[in-house]
Design a protein around this ligand. Sequence first.
Ligand SMILES: NC(=O)c1ccc[n+]([C@@H]2O[C@H](COP(=O)([O-])OP(=O)(O)OC[C@H]3O[C@@H](n4cnc5c(N)ncnc54)[C@H](OP(=O)(O)O)[C@@H]3O)[C@@H](O)[C@H]2O)c1
Length: 278
Amino acid sequence: MQTVVITGGTDGLGKGLALHYLRQGARVLAVGSTPAKGEALLAEAAAVSADGRGVFVETDLTSVTAARELVARIESTCSSVDKLVLCAQRYRLFGSRAVTREGFEHSFALAYLSRYVLSHGLRKALESSRRPVIMNVGTPGIPLGRIHWDDPQLARRYSGTKATLQSFRANDLLGVAFAALYADTPIRYVGYNPGMVSTGMPNHLPQPLRTVAQASFALFAASVPKAVAPMARLLDEPPGAPVTAYRTTRQVPLKGHAFDRETALRLHHLTQDLIDAV
Ligand SMILES: NC(=O)c1ccc[n+]([C@@H]2O[C@H](COP(=O)([O-])OP(=O)(O)OC[C@H]3O[C@@H](n4cnc5c(N)ncnc54)[C@H](OP(=O)(O)O)[C@@H]3O)[C@@H](O)[C@H]2O)c1
């Protein structure tokens, strides 16, 4: 039986994929921070006859320690992992800078560090499966944002938009560094931009942006089942290249600074130094 690990697997795209793979007969570990959402997922899983194959794992992925504990828990309960899908995200586009207990800026911690820890931490478990794949869901192909090398925690010049965009660009580089570091790995690393999808994501935005976003999502966004279909195709038939990026069904060329190998390795070493101190 396949094992699929999905962070943010209790809502939006992650939940859509969780239900898809439960219907396909896989074991699905859905990670989220809200128990009520986990219970709702398991109730829906029961309705698709998942027979206990759905597991909710409550974890606050803003914490590096918690992400490491999650890796240890998965390694101790699963002999292998076939697919790792990284969806956990909470946009903080406005408002003041938030810092985690471990001292990291919130978006950097949740949207990037957790994905770094899980990608590297679950490598061995993934390599034990037949056709391993990591899908890092973000915004490859959008040329906005950059790594703030002199101040990655944005302590001096914070803005929520800067922090969110930095986390997206860091995830593009995470895939490039992963492929560069593990040249012989069978794992296929796919950066994936789903386009605009009708999830609950706008509900966490402040007003009046929330209403504007909800209205434009209602008009223009794809439904979750529609958005999940091409994601599942890529997960089931991963590309041949070690690292790729897609914007819905279109492949994004890995060109330019956003996917530069040296920049990716620089970020990898900086990140490792940061989390070694935790
Ligand atoms: N929707 C779009 O239009 C769109 C467009 C481009 C890219 N994306 C990307 O697609 C991915 C999924 O987005 P979505 O729209 O499906 O989001 P969503 O509906 O808001 O779901 C976010 C998921 O992340 C989990 N999460 C949030 N904070 C967490 C924390 N501290 N610890 C653990 N889990 C946490 C949430 O669970 P809890 O609330 O229980 O914590 C939820 O399961 C994101 O990476 C996003 O950037 C989405």
